[in-house]
Design a protein around this ligand. Structure first.
Ligand code: IPE
Ligand code: IPE
Ligand code: MG
Length: 243
């Protein structure tokens, strides 16, 4: 039902989520180690975050490390963990200056103490910012997130604080890592792969998808603006018949 008194919703996506893929291939094409690609990829993040305000994107969520990425070589995994620490340390001041509110989603239990402390500190330092909400998915998997949420919900039920008969999709959503975030309107994956690889499974039920061939380290602000621009031409139905 349309409310005739409210202004039309903005045409652009409010929440964009990105599967930043292709760092390894980018490095390989240059005859360099995979980590070289990850460093180049990390540098792209700032440019894309800074493009958000002009495009009307209020929420940006980026997939940095999946629950399955531990299957990579120890050298790559430890290199990535070191990169995350360095990224947080080096970017903190810029993020604060630009009014970015940073949150992390994913399971922190498996991450090392120093990294978790840096993540907590960055969240605290940027908590009052509201120009853009940047969410970094680190040791994140959609199935793992739903399983962890279910465990917490089950504890509440066992303690008698939630009546199981009242549990619905909205109840479960409150236990997800993303409970404070709106669902993504647009999910972009770079590098030509057309799969979601366990990213925001629950939240992207009605998201629009864009798969682009560009490898993440080559994904520019201009291309981001183009992809975001295409979103406005899509018709979202959410299961209904358009009026
Ligand atoms: C994405 O790039 C970054 C992470 C998964 C950490 P990849 O490392 O998956 O790059 P490709 O897919 O091998 O090119
Ligand atoms: C998804 O990319 C995870 C991130 C971008 C962090 P992957 O490269 O891990 O996904 P698959 O293995 O190609 O599905
Ligand atoms: Mg990949």
């Amino acid at each position: 039902m349309k409310d005739m008194h409210s202004p039309p919703p903005p045409a652009g996506p409010n929440h964009v989520a990105i599967i930043m893929d292709g760092n390894g291939r980018w490095a390989q094409q240059r005859g360099r180690p995979r980590l070289y690609g990850h460093h180049a990829g990390a540098r792209r993040v700032r440019e894309i975050v800074e493009a958000c305000p002009d495009l009307g994107v209020k929420y940006l969520t980026v997939f940095a490390f999946s629950t399955e990425n531990w299957k990579r070589t120890q050298a790559e995994v430890s290199g990535l963990m070191a990169l995350f620490k360095r990224y947080i340390t080096r970017e903190a001041q810029t993020l604060i200056r630009n009014g970015i509110c940073v949150r992390f989603i994913g399971d922190r239990m498996k991450l090392d103490e120093t990294l978790v402390r840096l993540m907590d500190e960055l969240e605290l330092m940027t908590a009052d910012n509201d120009v853009v909400n940047l969410t970094i998915a680190l040791n994140y998997g959609g199935r793992d997130e739903v399983a962890r949420a279910t465990k917490r919900l089950a504890r509440e039920v066992a303690a008698g604080r939630i009546d199981p008969e009242t549990v619905d999709a909205e109840t479960l959503a409150r236990f997800l890592d993303t409970y404070v975030l709106p669902d993504p309107d647009l999910v972009i994956r770079t590098s030509g792969e057309a799969r979601i690889s366990n990213f925001l499974l629950w939240q992207s039920a009605y998201s629009e998808y864009e798969f682009v061939d560009t490898l993440w380290p080559d994904f520019t602000r201009d291309e981001f603006a183009k992809v975001v621009g295409r979103f406005a031409r899509r018709e979202r139905r959410f299961g209904a018949v358009p009026g």
